[in-house]
Design a protein around this ligand. Sequence first.
Ligand code: SAH
Length: 386
Amino acid sequence: MTANITANSPGAADLAAADLAMPDSRRNLIGLTRPELADSVAVLGVPERQRKMRVSQLWRWMYNRGVDSFDAMSDLGKDLRQGLHDNHSVARPGIATTLQSTDGTIKWLLRLADGNEIEMVYIPELDHGALCVSSQVGCTLNCRFCHTGTMPLVRNLTAGEILGQFMLARDCLDDWPDADGLRKISTIVMMGMGEPLLNYDNVAKALTIIMDMEGIALSRRSITLSTAGLVPAMERCGRELRVNLAVSLHAVTDKVRDKLVPLNRRYPIAELIQACRDYPSANNARRITFEYVMLQEVNDSLEDAHELVRLLRGIPAKINLIPFNPWPGAPYECSSNNRIHRFAAVLNDAGYAAPVRTPRGRDIMAACGQLKSASEKQPAARRQTG
Ligand code: SAH
């Protein structure tokens, strides 16, 4: 690690210490649908005629105001607040480590109630910012260049754990709505650890709550879901969620893509591209983002660039060229600047926006899976940097 890292903010550290010290067996209400919340208040004795109103009140406190304790929910009545407190929580994931890069990027290693760890990253831009959220602990896809694929343990995150990441980030950045209307987190990218479409139900549940107009109310245009190409679920995502789509393409021939993204053996490039053509929001106003990691002499030739143009013909697309972020033992190297810019020029000449994604947070290892794996190499006592 480098000298650029700043320690946890006191607030974050306190929260982490409290959460990590006391595993909470109460049922977390974050991530429940309105009918599920109605069941929870019914068990606490709220009569049927009041349930809808109580659920609306709870919903607004949780998702509009972002309060993290029932005590603050002043219009619920003392008995209901007590009942909720005794049986439920609105706890976010715990923070194991917070790292802040010199470029403003913040990366959190989060600890879930069962002790598993995931990563979350905030990437500030000039007038807004993106939050990169995880969908699974680890990942089963084993993309050769991705560090998360080297981690043994995998489980789906619950809807509450996915949504809880966003709520925690708003807590940490003091970003719950107030009068000014400007939010630090203006977009969500489902580009953290895991393959979101392999955990479709929980991702969909979390995103549906995030888009609910009486709560967080982020528009579907502010949300981008990134997939390695799980073709059948892409169709469902387009039909049900209609969020922006990003596709981790990374290669233009099946031979190379089979190796880089093994999922390609099940859903080869032609099927994937067809699914992109069919994606309902693929019109000029809402382009599909194609992610392309630049790997020296693997996928970065001029022929590859021309083939990419041919493949994407007719699809409203933007191509994000991602300089490979190396990790210890990685079998690849990042393409030279020269090769990246030659590649980009071919795409630009064909009329595509092809920004080279500036590496962010390199000093805090902000590539997929790197913080978590550094943490696993340290004894537990040292990990709690709070
Ligand atoms: N499973 C999803 C989302 C998670 S990864 C997907 O595959 O899209 C988010 C993006 O980071 C993907 O495009 C992934 O291929 C890319 N990525 C992973 N490791 C990387 C690395 N070491 N350098 C550059 N990009 C990487």
